[in-house]
Design a protein around this ligand. Structure first.
Ligand code: UDP
Ligand code: MG
Length: 312
């Protein structure tokens, strides 16, 4: 098998059929042996019955992995990569924002350049508001400062890997899977290919601003321990300042017998230090919580059923 397409689907009833047809159209004239692996990530609509229909009727190699509930796109990608058999594996969305003809380009790039191990599609022009893109910019600036793993701002999840890259990603068995980070953590040579993102074919995005914010925190906590040092640094500075201030207060009292500053200063200091302590505790908590979940070693996803039309 030359190529596997891994397609995570969550409530994509309006898209999967069209997606399958588009892929068929794109690959018709190509002599590429390929499979499509749909991962139904606990969809609450009719995605599964649409997928059943596709398995029954399509002439392509189709496999459907159905989860027992919604585990998130990252788990879907993991399951898809695990089931893939292709020498090349492409991760692509079901909503046709990423057109299948780009997959052909990616395959060609890998065919022609043995020195590249994966092709990463990036958006030349972002189609989003100024505020969101501003937040994203600051997130990438921050994470690149605090993490040893480097993140390219415009890179997407839309990627094609060689087999050994997929195998390396699969070796990372952590529960919290910040895919972009995992892909860049394993290393290898990436070819960055510009692409234009389309409008969603049907349905709407699952990302809310709050969701993105949580995902950003996820990324930082997963790929950097720098925030943990914050407590140490703040603690050091505070102790230093307090020692100096203590000396000043004592000298003032002894030499000039000036009254010790009163109520307001004390209240402000107590609140400030209390706040900083809670913040630091919270940060430690974030890491502790993840450690706790990771130590349980729960599976990344649970399969309800797998269907396919192999050997057709
Ligand atoms: N997706 C998924 N599980 C989820 C959320 C999303 O498998 O919990 C899939 C979704 O079906 C789509 C892809 O991930 O194929 C990207 O999702 P979406 O279009 O909502 O994100 P966006 O394109 O806006 O980044
Ligand atoms: Mg989308």
């Amino acid at each position: 098998m030359k190529l596997s397409l891994v397609v995570p689907c969550y409530n994509e009833e309006g898209n999967v059929e069209f997606f399958s047809k588009e892929v068929e159209k794109t690959f018709k004239k190509q002599k590429i042996d390929y499979e499509i692996i749909f991962v139904n990530d606990g969809s609450k609509d009719n995605t599964m019955s649409k997928l059943r229909e596709i398995v029954k009727t399509s002439k392509q190699n189709i496999k459907v992995i159905c989860f027992s509930r919604n585990f998130g796109k990252e788990s879907g990608i993991y399951a898809g990569l695990k089931a893939s058999k292709g020498d090349y594996v492409c991760v692509i969305d079901a909503d046709l924002q990423q057109r299948p003809n780009y997959v052909l380009k990616m395959v060609n790039i890998l065919d022609e350049n043995p020195d590249y191990d994966s092709v990463v599609a990036y958006q030349e022009k972002r189609r989003e508001g100024k505020m969101l893109s501003g937040f994203k910019k600051s997130f990438y600036k921050l994470i690149n400062k605090v993490s040893d793993t480097k993140f390219r701002e415009d890179a997407s999840d839309f990627r094609t890997f060689r087999r050994y890259v997929v195998d390396s990603v699969l070796e990372l068995k952590e529960y919290y899977r910040f895919s972009k980070g995992l892909f860049s953590w394993v290393g290898f040579n990436n070819y960055y290919m510009p692409y234009e993102v389309e409008e969603r074919n049907s349905g709407k995005t699952t990302w809310s601003f709050w969701g993105l914010f949580k995902y950003a925190i996820e990324g930082i906590v997963s790929f950097s321990t720098a925030p943990l040092k914050l407590a140490t640094i703040i603690g050091l500075f505070l102790s230093l300042f307090t020692s100096i201030y203590l000396i000043i207060v004592v000298i003032e009292k002894l030499l000039f017998s000036i009254a010790i500053p009163g109520y307001a200063t004390i209240v402000v200091l107590i609140l400030l230090i209390g706040g900083i302590q809670l913040l630091c505790l919270g940060i430690i908590g974030e890491y502790l919580a993840r450690t706790y979940v990771e130590t349980k070693r729960r599976p990344i996803y649970i399969t309800r059923e797998v269907i396919s039309n192999e050997k057709k």
